[in-house]
Design a protein around this ligand. Structure first.
Ligand code: NAD
Length: 250
């Protein structure tokens, strides 16, 4: 098993990419903290995964909540090796001047400030353990090859990508690796907002037209990339932006 003995946090684990990542990590032997705003969703998944998974109801916009996520790992399992900052949100795809201030602030609090809170809570633990670690941030192709209509969201993901690279350089001396996984559009709870139109096959086809491999990303695609960045096989990989995008950014 690729993650045997490892202790991981996955935020936004109740559904979508986070659920896929959590299922893959559990299958490969990790013990897991499943953090999400959605109490019922996190509890249901934890129930399926068994005693190796602890659900935590948390809002990643809150420094206190993020500390509680890390404490669940250290108290519940005795340490921490892997953090996946996956929880994220968007404003609806629309002309940039139509996005109100509250939506802008929500996107940056959830997508960007959460990484600040998680770094403050998790990095001291990883440093004190002295056995390195892997932090995986879910960025996006939106932060590499942006389209119109998601200006502020794209900026938040560009911030995630750059913070990942920069954290990697600063934390390398502690053997804490930091990488960004950058999915192309996938059919999760956010897809209608990303498209700015109803989630119909006809509308999805318009977006798939820009993806050379001819389909959207799936939770399994994203989970497989995260699995590799989490395991020791990628021990010399840090500071990369890994597109999971069927060639969209090529
Ligand atoms: N779906 C896509 O097309 C796509 C593409 C590129 C990147 N991403 C990124 O992937 C990540 C996962 O998104 P998804 O597509 O699976 O969306 P999703 O809406 O299906 O799942 C997101 C999960 O995060 C949780 N969450 C949201 N805000 C939270 C908060 N403040 N605190 C704690 N939990 C919170 C939600 O309850 C939900 O369970 C996000 O960072 C998103 O930006 C998605």
């Amino acid at each position: 098993m690729r993650l045997a003995g490892k202790i991981a946090i996955v935020t936004g684990a109740a559904r979508g990419f986070g659920e896929g990542i959590a299922r893959a990590f559990a299958r490969e032997g990790a013990r897991l903290v499943l953090a999400d705003l959605d109490a019922a969703g996190a509890a249901k998944l934890a129930g399926e995964l068994g005693p190796a998974a602890i659900p935590v109801v948390a809002d990643v916009r809150s420094g206190e909540d993020v500390e509680a996520i890390v404490a669940a790992a250290t108290r519940g399992f005795g340490g921490l090796d892997i953090v996946v900052n996956n929880a994220g949100t968007t404003h609806r795809n629309r002309p940039m001047l139509e996005v109100d201030e509250a939506s802008f602030d929500r996107v940056y609090e959830v997508n960007v400030k959460s990484l600040y809170w998680m770094a403050r809570a998790a990095v001291p633990v990883l440093r004190a353990q002295g056995r390195g670690g892997s932090i995986i941030n879910i960025g996006s192709t939106a932060g590499i090859r942006p389209r119109p209509g998601l200006v502020w969201y794209n900026g938040s993901k560009a911030a995630v990508n750059v913070m990942s690279m920069c954290m990697a350089t600063e934390l390398a001396e502690d053997n804490i690796r930091v990488n960004s996984v950058c999915p192309v559009i996938g059919e999760t709870g956010l897809v209608a907002d990303f498209m700015g139109m109803p989630n119909t096959e006809e509308n999805r086809r318009k977006f798939i037209a820009g993806i050379p491999l001819g389909r959207m990303s799936t939770p399994a695609d994203v989970a497989n990339a995260c699995l590799w960045l989490a395991e020791d096989a990628s021990s010399f990989i840090t500071g990369i932006l890994l597109p999971v995008d069927g060639g969209r950014c090529a």
